[in-house]
Ligand binder design. Structure first.
Ligand code: NAP
Length: 309
């Protein structure tokens, strides 16, 4: 069986960019993009206004289709299949996919991303992109002068709320307890922001609106009473889960389950294995960061192959 120089697992901006760079370096990469969904989180995004090079913006799926085509143009072989097991410490490394079986590689780039936690409400998916968002940096601008709310009490929620306060008319932070989990310095900033108010001991029990978010129903966690909060946008910032189950037990993970890399490189705890994108860089969560990281991973894989002929 042929041993590939590089196999890439994951098809978001990190994976496809790694494939573009590895392809241009002559490594003939093999990329697994997943059998049901490919393209990562941007496939569920409408307008992407902040990806450089598109002054008029571009739709998330169009951006990912273009990245995929660019990877193929430089010789990447893309397999639409799910990787179900890996053996990363072996030489060569083995990658097992559900339909296509076992594949061998000298180096592996893992770019399986992370997924935002959801509230689990029926209307959450329907109104996604129509007022419900998981990314203030991506969508905040569309809410200039509007009333918005952020769910969560951690650093992400406070960061999102402070970012939104730059454009929005008002920002309500909805938190299920009466104390924030975010760092003290962030809490101090939030308390000093006049556009920010808090709905303490509250959970979102319904997101209301036909075509766009019109309001949310809040339930008080202590009294059980409900009330309606009129808003145009709901930003959900209750954490994310890295897709690291595949490599758990083989690569060093941090306590939150993200792959640990030897910054500024993308080298993991196992020689010849590189990790990039949201699987590593949760704090940034931007396509441009993931793409840059994917380029780094391909360059790191090439350097590894050159020094381990
Ligand atoms: P997090 O720290 O896990 O906070 C999640 C928040 O959402 C918590 O306040 C939690 O409430 C709430 N929550 C969880 N599930 C919920 C649900 N189903 N319904 C309602 N509320 C729910 O996540 P994060 O804020 O995304 O941060 C993740 C990590 O990244 C943290 O280590 C954080 O410090 C770090 N981070 C750092 C920065 C920075 O330094 N600038 C920025 C962003 C993130 P409870 O508090 O009641 O558990």
């Amino acid at each position: 069986m042929e041993t590939r120089e590089v196999i890439i697992i994951g098809s978001g901006p990190a994976g496809y960019t790694a494939a573009i760079y590895a392809g241009r370096a002559g490594l003939k990469p093999l990329l697994f993009e997943g059998s049901i969904t490919w393209g990562g989180a941007l496939m569920n995004t409408t307008e992407v206004d902040n990806y450089p090079g598109f002054p008029e913006g571009i739709l998330g799926p169009d951006l990912m289709t273009a990245m995929r085509a660019q990877a193929e143009r430089f010789g990447a072989e893309i397999i639409t299949d799910d990787v179900i097991a890996v053996e990363l410490t072996k030489t060569p490394k083995t990658i097992t996919a559900s339909s296509s079986g076992v594949h061998l590689a000298e180096t592996v780039i893992v770019a399986t991303g992370a997924s935002y936690r959801k509230l689990g409400l029926p209307s959450e998916e329907n109104l996604s992109g129509r007022g419900v968002s998981w990314c203030a940096t991506c969508d905040g601008f569309f809410f200039s002068g509007k009333d918005v709310a952020v769910v969560g009490g951690g650093d992400s929620a406070i960061e999102e709320a402070l970012y939104l306060a730059r454009f929005a008319n008002s920002v309500t932070v909805i938190h299920r307890r009466d104390a924030l989990r975010a760092e003290a310095i962030a809490v101090e900033k939030a308390m000093a922001e006049p556009k920010l108010t808090f709905a303490w001991n509250s959970v979102v029990s319904a997101i209301n609106g036909e075509n766009n978010v019109e309001s949310v129903t809040l339930t008080d966690t202590i009294t059980g009473q409900t009330r309606e909060l009129i808003i145009d946008g709901l930003f959900i910032a209750i954490g994310a889960d890295p897709s690291s189950d595949l490599v758990r037990g083989q690569l060093e993970l941090n306590p939150d389950g993200y792959v640990v890399v030897n910054h500024p490189s993308t080298a993991t705890s196992v020689p010849g294995v590189f990790a990039c994108g949201d699987l590593v860089n949760f704090g940034y969560r931007q396509a441009i960061i993931a793409a840059g990281d994917g380029a780094k991973a391909a360059m790191d894989a090439l350097a590894y192959l050159n020094s381990n002929p």
